[in-house]
Design a protein around this ligand. Structure first.
Ligand code: ATP
Ligand code: MG
Length: 435
């Protein structure tokens, strides 16, 4: 027996019931982004490998061990399936000179790829909604992005997601912190794990982002970056906090929050829940003022965040949100050659009039077709036999009640069918669809 092919581990099929939930989520996200003036952008899923190495940092988990990189068989160029969107977005902005007429608010949504150990909330193909604001330097945009997230949780009815913020200061402040951190870690070298020892000289800040529980105590007591911030960095951080307070958004300063990518400076933030087990960060971001220049542009301040769609949807479902199945307005059953052709025309005409019609395909008795009509969830069945076809009319039958004002079953002329369905299905609307 041949074995059926399976999807790659950590890369999930999203089956219809879940895909409908995804669509609901995506609709909410689109409305939400419009409310803040963000415009969509779509970047390729494959980029030249050096883009990510340069943007995210050579000595990060992502670049060191999580990227799907391969050689283009035709020209030998090293390519990578994007592990995140910020680098691609900034590349696209520079390539197309999008900032020529001022700052931009951009967003995208799509799959990202990281070679991680698959587990609940951690996949090798996962999805992010990414939000990037380029050209704004003040704390107001940082705070606005954080407030945006709070509003989305509210729009979705999500609770129990708490906000952690920190400031990573500027590079000179990080350099002073780094020297003290290095000295601190060097004195405790025997307590470090292999990863941490390897990073000691290349990127000691990364050690603070360790997921190894054995290192937590050591890391908690390490010199804190926030104590090295100068007046300007502190002012920016206080500005963000003031706006959060004004907006009544509770937060906690987590001095250990450093993020897994090297491009951040000043504000960083994460939204975390305790309800998803170990993979509790549903959204993360911050300011990345150096990235545009790092990728070859003139310096442009920027701030952004990405949320993990799978984690948010898991939380949404855990908190009782159920997907709504897409149900047709009517299911059309038919029997006989003339009836089939007439019914096909009826269905198309009704779709032109704005109705969702499921046309029965595959033949079978009226009885078996009516069973299908019933299980489709449609409130109405449209019944066409050769008699109806000859009379240019259609039987309309209620399948699940709920429309007391309409007869349980009635025969309607084809020309009046759309109006008739409209008055049954949308009795409160006038001809223009207004309530
Ligand atoms: P983590 O610490 O969980 O590895 P990260 O810092 O690597 O996250 P980011 O690169 O900041 O994550 O990505 C933003 C968000 O994308 C995360 O907060 C998370 O919700 C989601 N995410 C990241 N990696 C994965 C993954 N492998 N599977 C599912 N979601 C992910
Ligand atoms: Mg990670």
């Amino acid at each position: 027996m041949s074995q059926t092919l399976q999807a790659i581990r950590g890369m999930n099929d999203i089956l219809p019931a879940d895909a409908e939930l995804w669509e609901q989520f995506e609709e909410a996200v689109r409305d939400w982004l419009r409310a803040y003036g963000y415009r969509p952008i779509r970047m390729p899923m494959v980029e030249p490998t050096p883009l990510f190495a340069r943007a995210i940092g050579e000595v990060t988990d992502i670049v060191e061990k999580e990227m799907y990189s391969f050689e283009d068989a035709l020209n030998g160029e090293s390519l990578t399936l994007r592990p995140e969107g910020t680098a691609s977005c900034v590349r696209a902005v520079l390539q197309h000179n999008l900032l020529y007429d001022g700052p931009k608010r951009l967003w995208y949504m799509g799959p990202m790829f990281r070679h991680e150990r698959p587990q609940k909330g951690r996949y090798r193909q996962f999805h992010q909604v990414g939000v990037e604001a380029l050209g704004f330097s003040g704390p107001d945009i940082d705070a606005e992005q954080i407030a945006m997230c709070a509003r989305l949780w509210d729009d979705l009815g999500l609770t129990g997601i708490r906000l952690e913020i920190n400031s990573l200061g500027q590079s000179d402040e990080r350099a002073r912190h780094r020297a003290d951190l290095l000295a601190y870690l060097q004195q405790r070298q025997d307590m470090l794990d292999d990863d941490a020892r390897r990073r000691l000289h290349s990127n000691p800040l990364r050690i603070l982002d360790t997921k190894n529980p054995a290192l937590q105590g050591l890391v908690d007591a390490a010199p804190k970056l926030i104590d090295y911030l100068g007046a300007e960095s502190l002012r920016h951080f206080e500005g963000v906090q003031q706006l959060l307070k004004d907006a009544a958004i509770p937060y906690r300063i987590n001095p250990r929050l450093v993020r897994g990518l090297d491009y951040y400076n000043l504000t960083v933030f994460e939204w975390v829940t305790d309800q998803l087990g170990a993979q509790g960060t549903v959204c993360a971001g911050g300011r990345y003022d150096g990235l545009v220049a790092q990728l070859g542009g003139k310096p442009v301040p920027a701030c952004g965040f990405a949320m993990g769609v799978e984690r948010l949807l898991a939380l949404w479902q855990d908190q009782g949100h159920q997907h709504e199945s897409v149900v047709p307005d009517a299911y059309l059953v038919h029997q006989g050659e003339a009836a089939g052709r007439f019914g096909f025309r009826v269905a198309e005409a009704l779709r032109s009039a704005g109705f969702a019609i499921q046309f029965h395909c595959g033949g079978g008795s009226f009885k078996s077709q009516m069973k299908k009509a019933d299980s489709s969830g449609a409130p109405l069945a449209l019944i066409v036999g050769d008699d109806e076809a000859a009379a240019n009319s259609v039987g309309v039958k209620q399948l699940r009640g709920g429309f007391e004002q309409a007869p349980a079953q009635v025969t309607v002329n084809f020309d009046e069918l759309a109006d008739h369905l409209g008055t049954i299905l949308f009795p409160m609307e006038d001809d223009d669809g207004n309530l």
